[in-house]
Design a protein around this ligand. Structure first.
Ligand code: BT5
Length: 256
């Protein structure tokens, strides 16, 4: 796989024929030799054999069906704002697909949907000792409908969208790097950087009735906003009132 346009956007881009998890591998490589990995850097493959999702779940795809894209960033953003990078990635992918004519929307916290089906999932992980962040995105670009791993999934090929890896990765990186740069320029403030408004604008979740499953309770109500911490704000009605749910505490968010 050749990705000249994407490679021109970052300090280093490496394509692997096959790997267990691009996130795990990039964390391992950066930790072993940080100087060899200037940020932003990308490790990617279209044949990931042990892709990881959130909370021990897995991301699965047959060889050649899905792009696993891991991006190393070392933005100058306060630690408590780093959660915004994962929302920035979902928004960047959604905006990139929209720019290519695909009607994608972002489902909080980390999915990109086309017509209610998941085309992309994001998994952000911090490196030890504040050494940066690895943001992984799995993007089903080429899978035939019949080859999709779960009934809730879709792919760009199945939706009649573009499938060229270089075009897709370059469009995503352009949006992501611009968003992260804007965030760093204003010290990590999601409002002044325009990131919170961008996340709201592509959100498929705001305005919907949702059921949020947390470790010990289910929260039901209308998702009304994303707060300055990146949490989803759920209006449980006159008795329950408003409740903000953080990504780390949320097992699932389902539409009612
Ligand atoms: C995610 O987790 O959606 C995050 C996926 C991140 C994958 C990328 S690929 C590059 C990098 N390296 C990695 O090892 N991971 C990252 P979560 O929200 O927990 O969703 C996982 C759920 O999505 C699964 O339980 C399935 O229901 C569903 N799923 C699995 N594979 C899928 C696929 N190819 N397309 C759509 N949905 C899928």
């Amino acid at each position: 796989m050749e990705l000249p346009r994407a490679a021109a956007l970052v300090a280093r881009l490496e394509v692997l024929d096959e790997i267990g998890s691009t996130n795990t591998e990039l964390v391992r490589r950066v930790t072993a030799d940080p100087a060899a990995w200037p940020a932003p850097a990308v490790l990617l493959t279209d044949h990931q054999t042990a892709g990881r999702g959130r909370l021990g779940r897995s991301w699965s795809a047959a060889a050649g069906d899905s792009l696993a894209i891991s991006v190393l960033l070392r933005p100058d953003v306060p630690t408590q704002r780093l959660g915004w990078l994962s929302l920035a990635a979902g928004a960047a992918m959604t905006e990139a697909l929209n720019g290519l004519g695909v009607a994608a929307r972002a489902k909080w916290p980390n999915d990109v949907l086309i017509d209610g089906r998941k085309v992309c999932g994001v998994l952000a992980e911090a490196l030890p000792d504040g050494a940066g962040v690895v943001i992984g995105a799995g993007l089903n670009h080429a899978a035939d409908r019949a080859a999709l791993p779960v009934p809730t999934a879709t792919s760009l090929a199945a939706e009649g969208g573009p499938t060229d890896p270089d075009l897709l990765v370059a469009a995503y990186l352009e949006r992501l790097l611009a968003r992260v740069n804007d965030l760093a320029t204003v010290g990590g403030d999601p409002d002044r950087s325009g990131l919170r408004d961008a996340v709201r604008a592509v959100s498929d979740t705001i305005g919907r009735r949702v059921r949020v499953l947390r470790a010990d309770e289910a929260v039901t109500g209308e998702a009304i906003d994303i707060d300055v911490e990146g949490r989803i704000v759920v209006d449980r009605g006159p008795i329950g009132g408003l409740l903000a749910c953080a990504t780390g505490d949320v097992e699932h968010l389902r539409y009612e």
